[in-house]
Ligand binder design. Structure first.
Ligand code: FMN
Length: 341
């Protein structure tokens, strides 16, 4: 499978790490990039309104590093001026791409007219894309769902409008907003949308294995495949996908040692970055970083024998040393159990 271009930005391999709130932080992205080497990654979404009010916690999420490129910063909002402001700041912060979120279905976002609510208002959505495209020098992309509800299948109309307005790629999460994460993603919607536009299209939804990714390319004709949940705490699953898509021999799955050392590396990196970028020096950076990883760290060993039993322990851990102790004693225990009596 070949890479493709989003404006001037090359996406090779054509595998994209999905934006995920409270997940795709800089530490997550740096680990993912080192192990899985996706062709493009995105920050979690950031609120244009929060940026307008100079919320330092939000602006901190926009810090990107050279080792992550190419990187897109994803913004959300419903007001044209604040979206333009957020897009401009994204470029100042070093974004290679500005991505506009029109897929988030959660009420706190949709009730402000942002995220997937824009799928119900094609003119407002088009105004935002058009204004953002005109205001920044980097390519602008949009991530959508198929529509608000089954009887409001607006994605093809919106996609044509966005292409006209100058968007350089669309991503389709192949579900309707009202579905949340229910049911299966319907890849036929990706195939349909591919026919409606000429700019690159990334398909998204329920890609878990190399075969899924190859099948999505084959069945839908999409240019790129975006992967989200599968990559959480499991960069090796994403690596297996990129290798298959590039026609490379599959690397061996990670050993337990590698899983554990990567979890520790992730925690260490998150703490270091939190210290470097602290918005309040009175806050305990280690605690902040460890709490932010609560949902992620246990996934590094998910599926291993005995992992479920120490899940709570990992989740509650608020200190790096404690995490190291828990994980190392788990590994030792596993090694002892594997020695025949
Ligand atoms: C924890 C979590 C947070 C998410 N946050 C975002 C977000 O900030 N922006 C966005 O466009 N999509 C977000 N999504 C949706 C994903 O980008 C993706 O579209 C969805 O998970 C489907 O892909 P998957 O089946 O590969 O996980 C999020 C999903 C999850 C699970």
């Amino acid at each position: 499978m070949h890479g493709f271009f989003v404006g001037s930005i090359q996406v090779d391999p054509p595998i994209l790490l999905a934006p995920m709130e409270d997940v795709t932080s800089a530490s997550f992205r740096l680990i993912t990039k080192r192990i899985a080497k996706p062709g493009l990654m995105f920050t979690e979404f950031v609120s244009a309104m929060a940026i307008h009010h100079n919320a330092r916690k939000t602006i901190k999420k926009m810090i990107v590093h050279e080792g992550e490129r190419p990187i897109g910063i994803q913004i959300f909002g419903s007001d044209v001026d604040t979206m333009v402001e957020a897009a401009n700041l994204s470029v100042e912060m070093g974004a290679d791409i500005v991505d506009i979120n029109m897929g988030c279905w959660v009420p706190k976002v949709c009730k402000t007219g942002a995220g997937a609510a824009l799928l119900k208002d094609p003119k407002a959505a088009e105004r935002i894309v058009s204004a953002v495209v005109r205001s920044v020098s980097v390519p602008v992309t949009v991530k959508v769902r198929a529509g608000w509800h089954y009887d409001l299948y607006t994605a093809p109309d919106l996609a044509r409008r966005f292409e006209q307005a100058g968007a350089k790629m669309l991503t389709l999460h192949a579900r309707f907003a009202k579905q949340g994460f229910d049911g299966n993603a319907n890849w036929k919607l990706i195939e349909d949308l591919r026919k409606a536009i000429s700019i690159p299209l990334a398909g998204n939804g329920d890609v878990r294995t190399p075969n899924d990714a190859l099948r999505m390319f084959r069945e839908t004709g999409c240019d790129g495949v975006m992967v989200g949940r599968t990559a959480i705490g499991n960069p090796w699953a994403l690596r297996a996908i990129t290798e298959a898509v590039c026609g490379l021999p599959a690397s061996s799955p990670p050993s337990l040692d590698e899983r554990v050392s990567t979890a520790l590396e992730h925690a260490r990196l998150a703490i270091d970055l939190e210290r470097q970028n602290a918005i309040d020096n009175k806050l305990d950076a280690e605690l902040v970083a460890m709490r932010s990883l609560r949902g992620i760290l246990p996934l590094y060993i998910k599926g291993e024998p005995g992992a479920a039993e120490i899940r709570n322990c990992i989740t509650k851990t608020e200190r790096f040393d404690e995490l190291e102790r828990v994980l190392k004693s788990y590994v030792t225990d596993r090694q002892l159990r594997s020695i025949p009596a």
